[in-house]
Ligand binder design. Structure first.
Ligand SMILES: CC(C)(COP(=O)(O)OP(=O)(O)OC[C@H]1O[C@@H](n2cnc3c(N)ncnc32)[C@H](O)[C@@H]1OP(=O)(O)O)[C@@H](O)C(=O)NCCC(=O)NCCS
Length: 170
């Protein structure tokens, strides 16, 4: 069963389970050893439990970004992960379906990932230059990031030109 919870409501037990899954699935991301988010806490989390064990997770950031067509509301998707023993069963697709149903007020959803994983969930690659805050260099950077993908939600015409994330990547 897929459950969802506001990040602010996550208690200590679920926090521990989430961090264990995130460390397992993202061994090169040291942040997850310290806390359950990458750079910023998300708004909402979805997870799948099987036989009591956490096997899948995805989270959503609510963001207002700048574009050549004015501000856009986006659902920024992050920390997509499936326990290695449970991969290849379409669990990502199922969790994203629930997330899309919940995230009805966003103009688009956006994520950084591989097209082969997300194409079947409605995502397409875009090549806009992105302005974002690099938390390591502590400076604003504008560049095209490989793997930037969007899914049309309320709006369908993704703008050309630069996109201002107004904060770090997610
Ligand atoms: C990426 C990850 C979440 C995929 O999990 P999964 O359970 O295999 O995903 P699903 O079964 O839901 O498959 C989703 C799609 O990705 C495709 N896919 C998944 N792994 C693939 C691979 N190694 N090679 C090619 N396609 C792959 C599936 O075929 C499916 O496509 P389809 O719907 O068009 O048939 C999982 O491998 C993982 O947790 N990896 C470590 C963390 C990570 O890299 N997360 C992604 C961050 S962007």
């Amino acid at each position: 069963m897929i459950e969802n919870i506001a990040d602010s409501s996550v208690g200590p037990d679920l926090d521990r389970e989430l961090r264990q899954l995130l460390v397992l699935c993202f061994p090169d991301t040291p942040q997850f050893r310290e806390h359950r988010h990458y750079l910023e806490p998300p708004r909402q989390r979805w997870f799948i439990r099987e036989n009591g064990q956490l096997v899948g997770h995805v989270c959503l950031h609510r963001k207002t970004i700048g574009s050549t067509q004015g501000d856009l509301q986006i659902g920024g998707i992050a920390e997509v992960c499936i326990r290695p023993t449970h991969r290849g069963r379409g669990l990502v697709h199922q969790m994203l379906h629930k997330l899309h149903e919940w995230d009805k007020n966003s103009d688009f959803q956006m994520l950084f990932g591989k097209e082969r994983i997300y194409h079947s969930s409605g995502y397409q690659t875009v090549h806009n230059p992105l302005r974002y805050f690099d938390t390591i260099k502590q400076e604003w950077i504008t560049q095209t990031l490989e793997g930037t993908m969007i899914r049309p939600a309320i709006k369908s015409n993704w703008p050309a030109g630069p996109i201002d994330l107004r904060g770090p990547i997610f």
